[in-house]
Design a protein around this ligand. Structure first.
Ligand SMILES: [Zn+2]
Length: 111
């Protein structure tokens, strides 16, 4: 069975190959685009290959929250992610987008 992941922007479940993967390196906290050719260990989050979803993910703190993980009361945050992401990384992420339509097709109303 194909593994599915949830997009941090639209919360839809998709096949992992249809999503852009960002990984927060557990050693130094750097966020990297994870294309699978390098071994990256750390917490990952996924975004649709859609400009709309990338925009949405970058806008708020959702992406940061997803990469930092749930905070436990009374404990220091397990990791701190530099946010906003670097311009260079953002460009790389946009390059991964195959759907450049303004709206994510899955978020369009079905009426
Ligand atoms: Zn999405």
């Amino acid at each position: 069975m194909l593994s599915t992941r949830i997009c941090v922007a639209c919360r839809l479940k998709k096949a992992q190959k249809d999503l852009i993967r960002l990984t927060c390196d557990y050693q130094n906290g750097d966020v990297r685009l994870n294309t699978g050719d390098k071994h990256l260990s750390g917490r990952s989050c996924y975004i649709c290959r859609s400009k709309a979803c990338v925009d949405q993910a970058l806008k708020g703190t959702r992406l940061k929250g997803a990469l930092e993980g749930r905070k436990v009361k009374g404990k220091p945050a397990p990791r701190s992610v530099a946010f906003p992401l670097s311009e260079q990384l953002i460009q790389l992420v946009y390059r991964e987008c195959t759907d450049t339509a303004k709206t994510c097709q899955n978020t369009q109303s079905k009426e």
